[in-house]
Ligand binder design. Structure first.
Ligand code: COA
Length: 152
């Protein structure tokens, strides 16, 4: 699905008790755990930390400034993440089960859209499994759409 960045995206509205923060290298294990938990019911897949961590940090399209995290303020735990690649691709979006339906994924995605727009990109893409109804509903609610095959 695609988000056009021609006009300024909505400003992220962070739900009470959660705050955005920057990714640091020591977050890798906690981010992996969040993704593993989020993908347990389908929606995506992630390999073991020992493979995933070096692949992530060594990827030429990885930029820690495009790893958007939301922290639960009372515990410091990572409750949500949107992990993006520099060409304008959202690779992973995940929110801990206990933190869902509060607007966290929406805020993370809007932060990602704003960052890509500031870098001059015209659009952001992502892939979603056709049976992932909750993610598709999220992306549609943000204004994302299915581009025609010849524009992908
Ligand atoms: C998909 C996911 C990231 C959504 O995170 P979230 O923080 O709960 O999403 P938000 O609260 O920002 O939801 C925004 C809107 O998206 C839609 N939405 C989100 N989850 C939904 C669900 N389970 N059912 C229906 N609509 C849903 C709704 O329109 C919602 O607005 P509303 O709550 O006012 O109705 C989360 O469910 C998740 O981590 N799923 C597992 C991992 C995954 O599938 N990631 C996507 C890979 S492509």
């Amino acid at each position: 699905m695609r988000m056009d960045l021609g006009s300024a995206p909505q400003r992220p509205a962070w739900p009470a008790g959660y705050a955005p923060r920057k990714f640091v290298l020591s977050d890798a294990a906690a981010l992996h755990a969040l993704l593993a938990e989020a993908y347990e019911d389908g929606g995506g897949a992630i390999g073991p930390l020992s493979d995933w961590r070096p692949a992530l940090l060594g990827d030429a399209e990885f930029d820690p400034a495009l790893a958007f995290l939301a922290e639960e303020e009372s515990t410091g735990r990572i409750a949500g993440a949107a992990l993006c690649w520099t060409p304008g691709f959202v690779k992973d979006v995940a929110v801990a089960r206990t933190a869902r339906r509060r607007g966290l994924a929406s805020a993370l995605m809007q932060a990602a859209f704003a960052a890509f727009r500031a870098r001059g990109l015209s659009h952001v893409d992502l892939k979603v499994r056709p049976d992932n109804a909750s993610a598709i509903a999220l992306y549609r609610s943000l204004g994302m759409y299915e581009p025609p095959p010849d524009e992908r």
